[in-house]
Design a protein around this ligand. Structure first.
Ligand code: HEM
Length: 507
């Protein structure tokens, strides 16, 4: 018996749980990262929890994350299985796809998306990103009460236009956007503990569809979205196959390389169809946090605007071509990769699931453990970022001449780890740079006002969970043109976008 008990007696430390249920009732998913902070203080860099017998490990430091999720990635790159999720997606959602025993499908997905979202490939979408940020900034200036909707529309439009070469999404009530948004929401809900009994009692999966509504609905979803995503993919593929002249898109890039990647039409269709879910909420949330930060740190805003005036001037809008010459904006984005370090959008990154039993620093990590990287805690680690790690301070990334200290250091852990790290990071980084430059070039960003005209600064600690994302609780902003010519220059830029061939296609 000693032999059998030994591995379990060396599990990593963690709070004592209740019989059978373990720690599940102590772990409120809404406050998860606060709780993990407490566990880190009490138990150290690696903490063990048990959810109804399911082993869970919380990874609190960069060292443990790299040792396990990067250097032992072959063992820590699977994702949690969801029976309902698999029925809904046929196991083909790019973020949730299983690493699996043979890894055939995962490899195809990973290679194809890494290729189609590489820095070289995404350079083709710079003007699309620029155009959408012009529309977003213009929309926010003229309708500041709906500023979050404008960001959401623009980030959706970038992702969907990039995937399918679609004309701009003009409003959040766009029918395709609604369908895909609703599906993504329902898919993320499937992963909430207790959302479906079958996840706890897999024997229920043997029920025929006519007896199990969850199964009927999930199969219906799969059929509907397989047809929709294939239709969208084939429009792009046919242009490639027929040799017709076409614009760049994610679908066209994977269709051009389909044979080499040995990936079927259905797989391409799901690979593309699942990107909106991975790319929209994250980028939207980050821009929202960037605005939140600008309200709280007016001195940072002032310095950024001073650099914009020196480099870009006041007679044209900024663009990605200014990237090299705007280190302070880049440092904001880096701190703000912004909010990426200061307020990571996924404070507990998506879980990595271990494939085999493993031993680490004398601890036993059983096969099938959910490994949760505590990204928030790593981004705030004072051993890496110094005693002021909790402050919003872009200067930490700049040398004494005001240049970026280390071009190769991302400066945060918000894009995850190892084989599962974010394949959309280059696209997201460009979108953020353009968004922050454009917003700060054109507007003073100040707190919203109450009915007596008094500034209402949102609580700096305000936040709310939305699925896996953490957002600032709703707040109002005052957005005003920074100098007299802004309106004219921005209107001209907006008119140019609206009269472009891409925009006119949506009429
Ligand atoms: C600032 C915005 C973004 C943030 C903070 C972000 C963050 C993340 C994180 C934390 C992961 C999981 C990493 C892990 O498991 O270790 C991830 C995965 C992923 N992201 Fe992003 N992401 C962003 C934007 C995007 C965009 C714009 C796209 C594409 C359009 C994208 C596509 C993906 C995909 C496909 C995966 C799954 C990779 C895999 O499991 O192999 N992301 N992202």
């Amino acid at each position: 018996f000693g032999i059998f008990r030994k591995p379990y007696s060396r599990l990593p430390p963690g709070p004592r749980g209740l019989p059978l249920v373990g720690n599940v009732f102590q772990f409120d998913p809404v406050k998860a990262w606060h709780l993990c902070e407490e566990y880190k203080r009490k138990y150290g860099p690696i903490v063990y929890l048990n959810f109804f017998g399911q082993p869970v490990v919380v990874i609190n430091t960069k060292k443990v994350a790299y040792d396990l999720l990067v250097h032992r990635a072959a063992n820590y790159s699977d994702r949690t299985r969801s029976i309902v999720g698999d029925y809904m997606t046929g196991g083909m959602n790019s973020g949730l796809i299983r690493y699996g025993e043979l890894q055939v499908l995962w490899r195809k997905f990973r290679r194809s998306s890494q290729f189609a979202l590489s820095p070289k490939a995404i350079a083709q979408y710079q003007s699309l990103q620029q155009d959408e940020m012009v529309l977003m900034t213009y929309g926010m200036m003229y309708d500041p009460d709906h500023w979050t909707e404008e960001i959401s529309r623009a980030t959706s439009s970038i992702v969907l236009s990039m995937i399918y070469d679609l004309p701009p999404i003009k409003s959040l009530s766009d029918p395709f956007l609604n369908k895909i948004g609703d599906f993504n929401r329902r898919l993320s809900e499937v992963f909430y503990p207790g959302a479906h009994l079958v996840e706890l009692l897999p024997i229920l999966d043997y029920l025929p569809a006519w007896l199990a509504k969850w199964k009927r609905d999930a199969i219906k979803d799969f059929r509907f979205f397989s047809a929709l995503f294939q239709k969208m993919f084939r429009v792009n593929k046919e242009q490639v196959v027929s040799g017709e002249e076409h614009r760049a898109s994610f679908c066209a890039t994977i269709a051009e390389n389909q044979e080499k990647m040995a990936i079927s039409d259905l797989e391409c269709a799901w690979l593309a169809g699942s990107l909106h879910g991975a790319g929209h909420d994250t980028t939207y949330t980050m821009i929202t946090w960037a605005i939140f930060a600008m309200i709280h740190f007016p001195e940072v805003q002032r310095r950024a605007q001073q650099q914009l005036d020196e480099v870009v001037g006041r007679s044209r809008i900024p663009s990605l071509a200014d990237f090299k010459h705007l280190p302070y904006i880049r440092a904001i984005v880096q701190e703000a990769r912004l909010v990426l370090r200061w307020r990571p959008v996924t404070p507990l990154g998506p879980t990595h699931y271990s494939v085999e039993d493993d031993y680490y620093e004398g601890y036993y990590i059983p096969k099938g453990t959910f490994c949760m990287p505590n990204i928030r805690s790593m981004n705030y680690d004072s051993e890496i970022y110094g005693p002021d790690a909790g402050d919003f301070k872009p200067d930490r990334f700049l040398d004494s001449c005001g240049n970026i200290k280390d071009e190769n250091d991302e400066g945060h852990f918000s894009y995850g780890f190892g084989y599962r790290d974010c394949v959309g990071r280059h696209l997201a980084n460009n979108a953020l740079f353009i968004a922050v430059s454009m917003l700060l070039w054109s507007m003073k960003i100040e707190p919203g006002k109450d009915e007596n005209g008094k500034n209402v600064l949102p609580d700096i600690n305000s936040e709310e969970m939305d699925g896996f994302m953490i957002r600032p609780a709703q707040f109002r902003v005052t957005l005003s043109p920074r100098f007299p010519d802004v309106e004219m220059i921005l209107r001209q830029a907006r008119d140019d976008v609206v009269s472009s061939e891409r925009y006119k296609r949506s009429d």
